[in-house]
Ligand binder design. Structure first.
Ligand code: HEM
Length: 442
C-alpha cells in the first residue's frame, strides 16, 4: 500500500485498472481501519447501491470532506435527514424545470459561439469554455431571476471553496478545520465568503418575493416556497441545498461535455452523424426541449461519453451491517469504494469496452436502448435510492449543448490527447486546447 501511494497520486485511474487486473472484482486494501474494499463487479455494485442499499450509508471520508463546503445537503445527508430532503426537493427537478434549462442552454451556447466567433480560428481551451457554460446554466436554473450580481458571486465563491477543500483532501495528514494551518485558514475564509454570498442573495430575493399567483421563476423560488404542510425551509438548509446543486451540477456536466468534444474530434464519423442529426433542428431555430426526441444519436454520444469518462468516478459507502459481497464477508463499519470507471469497462457486460461506440446505446431503429441505460453495468448517475436527482437535467443540458454547437463549429486538436486526471470529476490534464472555427448556419 505504501509503495502504491505514489502511483495513486500520479495516476489514480491506472491504479484502479491495475487493481482490477491483478486482484479481480472485490479488492480489500491492506488498511486496518476501516476495512476498505474496491468494487468493480456490476452485480456487487448493484447490491451495495440498490438491492441492499439500506445497509450502506454516506459517512465516508469523501462525503465528510465535501460536507465542509456543502453542509448537510442532499448529496451528503444520510438516512432519515436525507429522506425528508429528497421528498421536499424532488419537485424542483420536475419536467417544467427542464424546459427552463433548455432555454438557458440555447442562450448560453449562442453566447459561447459569439465569443468563439470573435476569435475565429484561434486556439481556445474547450475544457474551460465548458466549465464556464455549465456554471452559467446551473446558475441561471437556480437563480435565473438575478444572475448578474449576487448569484455570480455565490457561484464563484462555491467553486473557490471546493477547490480549497479538494486540495486539503489530497493531503492525507491534513489536521481538522479548527487547527489554524494555512490550508485550514484558506478554507475557513472560502466558507465565510460563501456564507456572506448566500446571505446577500437571500436578502436580495426577499425584496422581490413571488407574488401569490405567480409561478416560480427559478429553483430558488421553489426552495423558498412553503411545503404542503405550510412549512418553510430553514435558512441553513436552503444554503446547503443551493451550494450542493452548484457543486453537484456544474463540474459533472462540464467534464462530460469536455470529453464529448475530445472524442468527437477523434471520431469524425460520429461528429458527422451527430451534425447531420442536429443541423435541421438548428436551422429551424432550435434546439428546444421538444427537439430532444429527434436527437437519439446525440443522446447516445453522451451516454457513451459518460460510460468511458464517468465524471463521478468513485462512489463511496460505509456499511451499517455485516454483508457478504462476492463471497467475501464485509463487516459493519467498512468502507466500500464502487468504481463506475471499472464497472463501465467490465467485460461481463461490455463488448470492446475501451472503444468509443455510441451505437451500443441504440437499437436497430436508431432509438435509445433503455435496457442498456438502466442495466447494472451502467452507473454514471449512481443507482437505487441515491440516484442522481439531477440526472434528467444533466442529460437535457449535455444533449442540447452538443446539438446547439456541433453543427456550427469545426475543431482541430492541438497537441497530444490529454491524459485523464481524476479530481472531483475526471478532467483533461492541462485543459483541452482546440483550434475552433465557427461556421455560418443558413
Ligand atoms: C453528468 C452530470 C452528472 C453526473 C455524472 C452526476 C453523478 C451523480 C452520482 C453518481 C450521484 C450519486 C452519488 C452516490 O450515490 O453517492 C449523484 C447524486 C446527486 N447529484 Fe448528480 N450528477 C450529474 C449532474 C447533476 C446535476 C445537474 C445536479 C443538480 C443541479 C446534480 C445533483 C445531485 C444531487 C443533489 C445528488 C444527491 C442525490 C441524493 O442522494 O438524493 N447532479 N450525481
Amino acid at each position: 500500500m505504501v509503495r502504491s501511494i505514489r502511483e495513486i497520486r500520479r495516476d489514480p485511474l491506472s491504479f484502479l485498472n491495475r487493481m482490477y487486473a491483478q486482484f479481480g472484482d472485490v479488492v480489500q486494501f491492506p488498511i486496518p481501519d476501516p476495512p476498505t474494499y474496491l468494487v468493480s463487479d456490476p452485480e456487487i455494485a448493484r447490491r451495495i447501491l440498490v438491492t441492499n442499499a439500506r445497509a450502506y450509508g454516506k459517512r465516508t471520508i469523501q462525503y465528510t470532506t465535501l460536507s465542509l463546503v456543502t453542509g448537510e445537503g442532499l448529496l451528503t445527508a444520510d438516512t432519515d435527514v436525507w429522506r425528508g430532503q429528497r421528498r421536499r426537493l424532488q419537485p424542483a427537478f420536475h419536467h417544467s424545470t427542464l424546459e427552463f434549462i433548455a432555454d438557458h442552454v440555447r442562450t448560453s451556447s449562442d453566447r459561447l459561439l459569439a465569443r468563439w466567433s470573435a476569435v475565429d480560428g484561434a486556439i481556445v481551451d474547450v475544457d474551460e469554455a465548458m466549465m464556464h457554460l455549465a456554471l452559467e446554466v446551473v446558475g441561471k436554473s437556480l437563480f435565473g431571476a438575478d444572475l448578474a450580481g449576487d448569484a455570480a458571486r455565490l457561484a464563484q465563491a462555491t467553486v473557490e471553496a471546493l477547490d480549497v477543500v479538494v486540495k486539503k483532501a489530497r493531503s492525507p495528514l491534513s489536521p481538522p478545520l479548527r487547527v489554524p494551518t494555512p490550508a485550514n485558514i484558506a478554507l475557513r475564509k472560502a466558507i465565510a465568503d460563501l456564507d456572506s454570498a448566500v446571505d446577500a442573495m437571500l436578502a436580495d430575493r426577499a425584496k422581490r418575493p413571488l407574488a401569490r399567483d405567480e409561478s416560480p421563476r427559478d429553483m430558488l423560488d421553489l426552495l423558498l416556497a412553503r411545503d404542503d404542510d405550510g412549512r418553510v425551509m430553514p435558512r441553513d438548509e436552503i444554503r446547503n441545498q443551493v451550494i450542493t446543486f452548484i457543486v453537484a451540477g456544474h463540474e459533472t456536466v462540464a467534464s462530460a461535455l469536455t470529453w464529448a468534444w475530445q472524442l468527437l474530434v477523434a471520431h469524425p464519423d460520429s461528429w458527422n452523424r451527430l451534425r447531420a442529426e442536429a443541423l435541421p433542428i438548428v436551422e429551424g431555430g432550435g434546439p428546444h426541449f421538444t427537439d430532444l426526441g429527434a436527437l437519439p444519436y446525440t443522446a447516445a454520444v453522451i451516454d457513451e461519453v459518460l460510460r468511458l469518462y464517468p465524471p463521478a468516478w468513485l462512489i463511496t459507502r460505509r456499511s451499517h451491517e455485516d454483508d457478504v459481497l462476492g463471497g467475501i464477508e464485509v463487516k459493519a463499519g467498512s468502507l466500500l469504494i464502487v468504481s463506475p470507471w471499472l464497472v463501465h469497462r467490465h467485460t461481463s457486460i461490455w463488448d470492446r469496452p475501451h472503444q468509443f461506440i455510441p451505437e451500443r446505446f441504440l437499437d436497430q431503429d436508431g432509438q435509445r436502448r433503455r435496457d442498456v441505460i438502466n442495466g447494472s453495468g451502467y452507473i454514471p448517475f449512481g443507482a437505487g435510492p441515491r440516484l442522481c436527482i439531477g440526472r434528467d437535467m444533466a442529460l437535457v443540458e449535455a444533449i442540447l449543448v452538443l446539438a446547439s454547437i456541433a453543427p456550427r463549429v469545426d475543431m482541430t486538436r492541438v497537441g497530444a490527447t490529454p491524459a485523464a486526471m481524476p479530481m472531483v470529476t475526471i478532467r483533461p490534464q492541462g485543459g483541452l486546447p482546440m483550434r475552433v472555427t465557427v461556421k455560418p448556419v443558413p
